[in-house]
Design a protein around this ligand. Structure first.
Ligand SMILES: *Cc1c(COP(=O)(O)O)cnc(C)c1O
Length: 359
């Protein structure tokens, strides 16, 4: 039987060695005489695991000491609220870049707390391009600038970090750990775990310390970064199993040689897939090549009526979850860190054969 490759956008494929380790450790974790799911988050075994996971992430991303790393629940979507609640700090306005589906959601939530200035808007080009940064209309009086470095649905990804004189906030749910970044350029980075970190139920927040501790009045205590930071993300019971899985993924990433090494593989995977799409007369991707995502590769077939056949045949060839998001149509191959290069090679072979037969 050929290997199975899962191109799901999220929850997404996990590294095989991590899955095997989870299986081995499921019933008895280390010396705990119980499953990691059955032990107290305040006991020695879990505390050690939690601290090691944070330390490994700090090493991997080279996170400066003046940043807190929080392990929260509520998904990236909870951060759509927590960001304005914590970062407005007496101001009334916030800048938001609108480059896709997740930007739209973040903006809608921010509008409940702030006057939102849309500093750039890719709606008119269907989220296939990003306006030149020099043309953005940034409100200098606003409290922060929020953007989405990788838009998971349209496959639109920044190839640079915007430089602004205010805290920069990034929803990195589908881009974190995929390439090297300079954390010191950001005020807040957040990411749901189910794409590149591990399994759903955990959200990582990396926040600069001076931005903690001045929240909008009368908000839930759990939504205050200070509550979370002052209690090492254990004000209440954290998502213990997702935290454990994240720790195993971080160890796996270190074994791969760290972010620099995985970045080189990610770049190669994306380049060969886009090359195959561009070289064919049958598949196409509408995104400006400069801003094509390394993690999420949408493509459409020249003939829509072949979509169902493509999905059936690819599924039978052990290439899973290639159906595109309904707003874009066609297919989408999500190729996060856990997707081996052989998965991309196998997909390209399949696509080439399919085009020969039906194109
Ligand atoms: C998946 C995703 C989200 C949503 O995350 P939840 O954890 O479901 O709230 C938000 N932003 C981006 C960029 C995503 O890819």
């Amino acid at each position: 039987m050929s290997e199975i490759y899962n191109f799901s956008a999220g929850p997404a494929m996990l590294p095989k060695p991590v899955l095997r380790q989870m299986q081995e450790e499921l019933v008895e974790y280390g010396n705990a005489k119980a499953s990691v799911m059955e032990i107290s988050h305040r006991g020695v075994d879990f505390t050690a695991l939690a601290q090691k996971a944070e330390q490994d992430l700090r090493e991997l991303m080279n996170i400066p000491n003046n940043y807190k790393v929080l392990f929260l629940q509520g998904g990236a979507s909870a951060q759509f609220s927590m960001v304005p609640i914590n970062l407005l700090r007496g101001k009334t306005k916030a800048n938001y870049a609108n480059t896709g589906h997740w930007s739209v959601k973040a903006i809608a939530e921010a509008r409940r707390y702030a006057e939102v200035n849309i500093c750039t808007d890719s709606t008119a080009n269907n989220f296939t391009d990003i306006e030149d940064f020099s043309d953005w209309q940034i409100d200098e009086q606003a409290a922060y600038l929020h953007y989405t470095p990788n838009e998971t649905i349209a496959g639109l990804e920044f190839d640079y970090v915007p430089e602004v004189d205010m805290p920069l906030v990034a929803d990195m749910s589908s881009a974190i750990l995929s390439r090297e970044i300079d954390v010191s350029k950001f005020g807040v980075i957040y990411a749901g775990a189910q794409k590149n970190i591990g399994i759903s139920g955990l959200t990582i927040v990396i926040v600069r310390e001076d931005l903690i501790g001045d929240v909008v009045a009368k908000q839930p205590v759990l939504f205050d970064y200070a509550t979370q930071a002052n209690n090492d993300s254990m004000y209440n019971t954290p998502a213990t199993y997702p935290w454990y899985v994240a720790g195993r993924v971080f160890e796996w990433l270190k074994d791969q040689g760290g972010i620099g090494a995985i970045e080189a593989i990610n770049k190669r995977k994306a380049q060969k897939l886009y090359q195959a799409i561009d070289a064919s007369g049958f598949y196409s991707n509408p995104v400006n090549p400069k801003y094509r995502s390394w993690m999420n590769v949408p493509f459409i077939l020249a003939d829509d009526s072949l979509n169902q056949l493509f999905l059936e045949k690819s599924y039978n060839a052990n290439l899973l979850t290639l159906k595109g998001h309904k707003s874009v149509g066609g297919m989408r191959a999500s190729i996060y860190n856990a997707m081996p290069e052989s998965g991309v090679d196998t997909l390209i072979e399949f696509m080439t054969d399919f085009e020969k037969q039906y194109g």
